[in-house]
Write a protein that binds this ligand. Structure first.
Ligand SMILES: Nc1ncnc2c1ncn2[C@@H]1O[C@H](COP(=O)(O)OP(=O)(O)O)[C@@H](O)[C@H]1O
Ligand SMILES: [Mg+2]
Length: 401
């Protein structure tokens, strides 16, 4: 930047220069000196018209003659400083009146040039160039500063908006959390109460007829279906709201399969369905939420039980596959047409079959399974043909050792 001020041969900056001088000779000489320097050059012969030009032009620099007809140079200076504080002012003054020049400097003039009659061309060029450069730099500086201020303001505003949005989200989140606990309580509670009373009736002291006991049992079974459906719907709405959390821990698949089998053994035995486990040795631990995975396998086994006639077989197996652990629930039931393999994972989708198999349910089970497995980073799919039994495969990530 220094070079701009000091190198004599550097090109003069573009800028607007207004000369207020009543002496025609001075105007002529200054035109000669500054005419080819690249400035926009304007002249005024007295203070009044000088001010008019200045207001209109907003020049970078005014070269002001102190001694003027009419309004005094010092008054012009005061007005310029007040009205156009950005404009640089250089005083041109006659030889021998340095004292006035110094006074003027105190009054806010940026520089002065002594007119040695004639002007020293080099001095004029240098002083003018310095002043115009400074004016332009100042202007540029101010522009940048304004820009920075605007950007800062914008940033502050963006930040405030973000913060407000975040606060709103937090509120929503709280509302969501309390909504789910409220809904699940309000829906589950009456079901639990009704179930309790039904059980009380069935096991109470009163002598009930066989028929009545049968009715009560049907009512109890229906209550169980409602309770399951409420749980399913709540699970799915939690998932949709991003409010369904899974807690993945290293888990032994073998242990989980044994647990699930134990939970369904009685039910399977009742229908004379064999429930077996088949697994390869030395399976690595998987990264899974034991409870959620239990839920998935339970859904699959419930389906298998539902769609497998008596004396069939359900096999749970686990094996390594492409770096994952693959769990398969296979049955010898009615099977699924390949055209339905994807659709059965849709919410509420149920295949319409005759009345040959027990067919109750909401059509939400597999949709929940898929979501839970997806949240684990795995995949779940069906492999089957009509009448050939069905196999549900799912993959799980191996736990980091
Ligand atoms: N093991 C299976 N064998 C035959 N069909 C099945 C099996 N599992 C699921 N399906 C079909 O997929 C549909 C959707 O299953 P699901 O989402 O669990 O709902 P739901 O059990 O409530 O009907 C079932 O209605 C059934 O038609
Ligand atoms: Mg089901």
């Amino acid at each position: 930047m220094d070079s701009v001020f000091t190198t004599r041969n550097s090109p003069a900056p573009r800028g607007t220069v207004l000369v207020i001088d009543d002496t025609p000779l001075n105007q002529e000489i200054l035109t000669e000196i500054l005419g080819n320097e690249g400035y926009v050059l304007k002249f005024a012969a007295d203070g009044e018209s000088g001010l008019v030009h200045a207001r209109q032009l907003k020049p970078d620099l005014v070269l002001l003659d102190l001694v003027l007809p009419g309004i005094m140079g010092t008054d012009v200076l005061a007005i310029l400083k007040r009205e156009l504080p950005e404009t640089m002012v250089i005083l041109t003054t006659a030889y021998g009146s340095e004292e006035t020049a110094i006074k003027a400097l105190r009054a806010g003039v940026n520089d002065y040039i002594i007119n040695k009659r004639p002007f020293d061309a080099d001095e004029v060029r240098e002083v003018v160039k310095r002043a115009v450069t400074e004016a332009i730099l100042r202007r540029e500086n101010q522009r940048l500063q304004r820009e920075v201020e605007m950007k800062n303001e914008q940033l502050a505003q963006n930040y405030a908006e973000l913060q407000a949005a975040y606060e709103r989200l937090k509120e929503l989140d709280k509302a969501k959390a309390s909504f789910f606990s409220m809904v699940s309580h309000d829906l589950r509670h009456p079901i639990a109460v009704a179930k309790g009373y039904l059980e009380l009736i069935r096991t109470g002291k009163e002598n009930l007829s066989e028929d009545t006991i049968g009715y009560v049992q049907v009512a109890e079974q229906e209550m169980r279906y409602i309770a399951e459906m409420v749980d399913d719907v709540l699970d799915l709405s939690r998932m949709d709201a991003g409010y369904y959390h899974i807690d993945q821990q290293p888990l032994q698949v073998t242990m989980l399969l044994n647990q699930v089998r134990a939970a369904f053994r009685a039910q399977a035995a009742q229908r004379h369905i064999a429930l077996e486990i088949e697994q390869s040795k030395d399976l690595p631990l998987v990264s899974a939420d034991a409870l959620r995975l239990h839920q998935v396998l339970s859904n699959l086994i419930e389906n298998a039980l539902k769609f497998t006639p008596e004396r069939g077989r359900i096999t749970l197996s686990a094996q390594q596959s492409n770096g994952d652990v693959e769990v398969i629930v296979r049955d010898t039931g009615v099977g699924i047409d390949p055209g339905e393999h994807e659709k059965i994972f849709d919410r509420f989708y149920r295949i319409k079959r005759g009345e040959q198999v027990e067919d109750k349910g909401s059509g939400l089970g597999l949709a929940i399974c898929r979501e839970i497995i997806r949240l684990h980073g795995g995949k779940i799919w069906a492999e089957s043909n009509l009448g050939k039994g069905a196999a549900f495969h799912l993959t799980l990530k191996v736990a980091d050792s």
